[in-house]
Write a protein that binds this ligand. Sequence first.
Ligand SMILES: CC(C)(COP(=O)(O)OP(=O)(O)OC[C@H]1O[C@@H](n2cnc3c(N)ncnc32)[C@H](O)[C@@H]1OP(=O)(O)O)[C@@H](O)C(=O)NCCC(=O)NCCS
Length: 150
Amino acid sequence: MASETLQKEIRKLQEEDIEPLSRIEAESFSMPWSPQDFRALLDRDYCIYLVALAEGEVAGCCGMTNICREGNIDNVVVAERFRNRGIARAMLEELIRMGGEAGITAFTLEVRVSNAAAIHLYEMLGFVSEGIRPGFYEKPTEDAVIMWKR
Ligand SMILES: CC(C)(COP(=O)(O)OP(=O)(O)OC[C@H]1O[C@@H](n2cnc3c(N)ncnc32)[C@H](O)[C@@H]1OP(=O)(O)O)[C@@H](O)C(=O)NCCC(=O)NCCS
């Protein structure tokens, strides 16, 4: 299987990652983060943002904000050509491990109700649905599933 042979490295977000990440954002989301959005994260010690490198390229990212020992996960994304090869799973496992080290005891995220791949991924990692946030997303308007891993 391709995922067994893909060499990947997971590390903290650095300035040099921002340009390639912004391109991945733009191809993946209708409301992508800008380079300035990513740059602002570099100075926030209550945030952990990770990138995955594969085949020498930035392949994706995910991140978390520590709010009173709850980890709010956002911006989980993998470049289209690297999807379905275990990259998001590896990034999130590392994010959860680092969050645990930082004293986080519960993790939460929102996901579009139609995003079957992401919901499947989060369930594999132990997240469960705890509710629906109606009309949470724009472009297009859609409900969010609120998931928690406690
Ligand atoms: C969601 C996303 C981050 C997953 O990244 P990835 O690196 O492909 O994820 P992984 O390879 O680690 O795992 C994907 C899992 O979803 C499964 N999957 C893929 N497409 C699926 C679908 N349509 N329905 C259900 N499961 C699906 C894969 O089979 C795999 O599970 P498995 O290991 O049991 O086979 C990626 O698809 C992406 O960037 N999507 C666009 C941005 C996005 O929607 N982000 C999430 C916002 S909440």
